[in-house]
Ligand binder design. Sequence first.
Ligand SMILES: Cc1cc2nc3c(=O)[nH]c(=O)nc-3n(C[C@H](O)[C@H](O)[C@H](O)COP(=O)(O)O)c2cc1C
Ligand code: SF4
Length: 496
Amino acid sequence: MSARESRVILARAGTAAYDTSLGCYRRHGGYAALAKALALAPEEICAEVKASGLRGRGGAGFPTGVKWSFLDRKSAKPVWLVVNADESEPGTFKDREIIHRDPHQIIEGALIAARATGAARVFIYIRGEFPHGAKILEAAAAEARAAGLCGEGCGAAGGVPVEIVVHRGGGCYVCGEETGLLESLEGKRGCPRLKPPFFPAVNGLYGCPTIVNNAETLAQVRRVLEVGGAAFAKTGVTGDTGTRIWGVSGHVQRPGLREIEAGAATVGDLLYDMCGGPRAGRRFKALIPGGSSTKVLRFGERFTGKTPAGDAFDWGVEDIPLDAVSLGLCGTSAGTGGMIVMDDSTNLAAALANLCAFYAHESCGQCVPCREGTQWLARLTARIADGDIRDGDAALLRSAAEKITAGGANAAVANAADAVAGGAVEPAPPPLADQISGRTICALGDAAAWPVQSFMAKFGDEILAPRARPAGTGGAAHGSHGKRAVSPNAGGRRST
Ligand SMILES: Cc1cc2nc3c(=O)[nH]c(=O)nc-3n(C[C@H](O)[C@H](O)[C@H](O)COP(=O)(O)O)c2cc1C
Ligand code: SF4
């Protein structure tokens, strides 16, 4: 382990003689935080979590204590707690590690959250492709129940009187979105719900108040109770407290998970010192910092401005501190911490086509902009990756991306695509984006548009540069995720 790492959540996972049993967890101090929580009133636990400044680790980064405070406690309906262990964001593999190696942390965090929120039941929703993880969680929940730490009949002094249900999903990106997840948990297709009226804290699972938290978030809640909210808040930076787990994949010498106190190291520290730098003879080219939905960064670009504290900064990608606030200042986000590294061997047109194929495959199809737009983006980028580049492609990509996501918010980034696309600034498309902006039900639409906008803003010249078409065009360059590959003429529709 690097000296720059501060392992808290991953402190025990994978160390010699550490296993997933309750006995082992207890020998390492497990369930002491629950004991503390049981000595507190529910509102005191909520106050600790609020004071900690903990932000959710599922991608959106919403403050956990604030989310709990939205819970409708007056409805007289049961409250449900849902642990989101779907881990569906491409590039993300931290929850799986905790589940496989230290599952009781999640169970303990969930029981603390259940006590704080008054939940009547805990559901752990785990993606279908994690059968081993589901078995581990089931075994851990059964052990906790047998030990009187939970279960409807357990004594309130020693445990939380809730049952834990482990539910396997079908394996679908959009079922990680909290309302899609709730639909799936109810046995329906995982189509996200409109918010409002379906804000989970008020109108969630089976129409009851529901808290959905990411699996790692709940492991962090356990830590909050262990050290206290005020002490937790002193770690990390203002606006992003505690540790963050970065899952580095791609073109580094030593990929893997690294847990670092927020803001205590930079992107360069992580990629060079902890992950061994680029492969021999290669240079870093692009970085997706927090899961495939977060905006790409280009090595060589600079970011200037002032931090919230008023300090001027002038950073290259390597200089960016690893915290949500700093990454936000650079126009991207910490997301899930799933960091995808691409070196100069990467065909970025193919990489973008690969991402677009994924989002087109995963759109649930409820919203026209997302259903149609993701297909358009997939077909366009697949054609471009195949070397068939046409006049107007920059504007077409921009227009298609803007039609899915909020045009206003992203216009600045998207407009930059024109500036780099072959030098020729193309006429702006009509403001169709305004007609559909913010009209998709869930954030998958935005997630699909952002990579296109950011890749085009940062690498548009390379993506649209004339090049030889790969031999046997029709799919050589772009990936398929082992799922349905999107061909340039998918579905027999007219070529874009
Ligand atoms: C398309 C999509 C997929 C998502 N997938 C996941 C996921 O796999 N796991 C997760 O925890 N959150 C996922 N989220 C975020 C959840 O909707 C939700 O914000 C999160 O579970 C809340 O937990 P947190 O507050 O603890 O971060 C996804 C969101 C979207 C839009
Ligand atoms: S934005 Fe896309 S994935 Fe989300 S509800 Fe609409 S169609 Fe489905």
